[in-house]
Design a protein around this ligand. Structure first.
Ligand code: NAD
Length: 479
């Protein structure tokens, strides 16, 4: 079967050992960047076909994003994978200890459809940087991008990455194979299937899931800028963004002031009729379109709400839900933004903590006490002040969830660590044989000596110079 053959080829390449040297890894990252430069128009066309993305949005959130991630990995990889020395306790000296990041083997990357280039190729870049081979399963719900990835990735990455296209049957077949790591982006239902399958082979997983990301706004924030940023975060990619602000929490008078400002922001970004704007995307498929229509119809729409099933256009929509409305109970993943009244930050924090832990919490406040209470009293994959979604573009920050929003993280050095095993290494010369202390027979004198020496654990003062050089000479003779 195609899936088994792809995994077997990947394993054979990994087992050959060619993927381990730094040079091979840098070459693959360079190939990935070259693919995104030379085939840029193909990917832009595919993203437009799948999601109606404007080319600027495709470049900003997908193509240039992955190019920057690969370049960042290339720039720092040598330093990140260098062995790191670790102090050795007195009782074990003379000895050297260090850790080293070693490749895991064959990695499976299961992508999703909302950022179908970024969410398959950014993990791919990290897995290659760590010296693995990769099998990529793009989402069937972004078929044009999936076809572009299947066409170009094997050509540019020449065996380092295999692409298996298809839906649930193909993913199920892949999950029956043994991988050394599975990296999954998607919803919680499929994540459970992935984790169960991984358990069979004791394969570690990274799960990049969703959830409801809240945005809290108070009177100390500049409301016009806040409105623009929230509108951008919510309505980019027609709301189909895992780190989009899912709902706004604010005092009633703040909501009253914010609502017309968000409407102004929508108009300035997408015009009076966003249906005619090339900058505004489309809903990925009929199933999601109908789900969003039901959510909107079961609550109170105060702006937008227009839609066209034929083109899967769904207008940027603001709602004022009543307690218990379905829209307050699930991840929206579309261009609907509920404005929810709370008495203040304490009630907002209580509401956030009543939900599964979100991928991100956004706070728009200049008040340090408010900012610190969100830091201290909530838990989420990320916490950002003043800007939704932008943390994802900071290459030094880990990107990942916690609790219901996922486990594990990636981007930059975090990717290299996610896709590596940190191997503990110790080199203890056979002379002098200080192990003598550990050998029986035991007695009072040894007891005293061991207790004294072990009390130095962690402090690890160096050996006297003469012993160090003697140990070095002995090691040289041994090897
Ligand atoms: P999904 O979970 O249905 O699909 C994701 C992948 O899983 C696809 O490749 C699909 O083929 C596969 N899959 C689906 N069902 C499967 C099954 N039963 N067995 C095996 N494989 C299966 O994707 P979705 O729910 O449409 O995606 C949206 C979700 O993804 C949202 O919750 C969103 O928040 C989340 N998301 C998270 C991130 C992140 O980085 N944390 C990014 C984007 C989307």
């Amino acid at each position: 079967m195609h899936t088994a053959a792809a995994v077997a080829r990947s394993r054979e390449l990994f087992d050959s050992g060619v993927t381990r040297p730094l040079a091979w890894r840098l070459e693959q990252l360079g190939n990935l960047r070259r693919m995104l430069t030379e085939r840029r128009e193909d990917f832009i066309a595919a993203l437009s076909s799948d999601l109606g993305k404007h080319r600027t949005e495709s470049v900003m959130t997908e193509i240039a994003f992955v190019t920057a991630e690969a370049a960042h990995l290339e720039r720092h990889l040598a330093a990140w994978i260098r062995p790191r020395p670790v102090a050795v306790p007195v009782v074990l000296q003379p000895a050297r200890a260090w850790t080293e990041l070693t490749p895991l083997g064959v990695v499976l990357v299961i992508g999703t459809w909302n950022y179908p280039v970024q969410l398959t190729l950014a993990p791919l870049a990290g897995a290659l940087a760590a010296g693995n081979t990769v099998v990529v399963k793009p989402s069937e719900h972004a078929p044009a991008t999936s076809a572009a990835l299947a066409r170009w990735v094997p050509e540019y990455l020449d065996g380092a990455a295999e692409v298996v296209t298809g839906g649930i049957p193909e993913t199920t077949a892949l999950l029956a194979e043994r991988f050394d790591h599975i990296f999954f982006t998607g919803g919680q239902a499929a994540a459970r299937v992935v984790m169960r399958a991984a358990a069979e082979h004791l394969t570690p997983v990274t799960l990049e899931l969703g959830g409801r990301c809240p945005a809290f706004v108070d009177e100390t924030a500049d409301l016009a800028t806040t409105a623009r940023r929230i509108a951008w975060g919510r309505f980019v990619n027609a709301g189909q963004t895992c780190v989009a602000p899912d709902y706004v929490l604010a005092a009633p008078e703040i909501l009253d002031a914010l609502q017309p400002l968000i409407v102004d922001a929508i108009t300035s970004m997408f015009g009076e009729d966003p249906a005619g704007s090339a900058s505004y995307g489309r809903i990925v498929d009929d199933r999601h379109f109908e789900r969003l229509a039901e959510l909107a119809d079961s609550s109170t729409v105060v702006h937008g709400g227009q839609r066209d099933p034929g083109s899967r256009y769904f207008a940027p929509t603001l709602l004022r839900p009543a307690p218990g409305d379905a829209i307050l109970g699930e991840e929206i993943f579309g261009p609907l933004l509920p404005l929810v009244a709370v008495s203040g930050q304490d009630e907002a924090i209580r509401m956030i903590n009543a939900d599964p832990k979100p991928l991100a919490v956004y706070v728009f406040s200049a008040d340090d006490r408010v900012r610190s209470s969100f830091a201290a009293e909530t838990s989420s994959g990320a916490l950002a002040y003043g800007a939704p979604a932008a943390h994802v573009s900071v290459p030094g920050l880990p990107f990942g969830g916690v609790g219901g929003s996922g486990m594990g993280a990636y981007h930059g050095e975090h990717s290299v660590r996610t896709f590596s095993h940190e191997r503990a290494s110790l080199d203890k010369p056979l002379w002098p044989d200080t192990f003598g202390l550990a050998y029986p027979p035991y007695g009072k004198a040894k007891d005293k000596l061991v207790t004294t020496l072990m009390s130095f654990a962690g402090r690890a003062p160096g050996l006297p110079k003469i012993l160090r050089s003697k140990a070095r000479r002995f090691r040289a003779r041994e090897s």
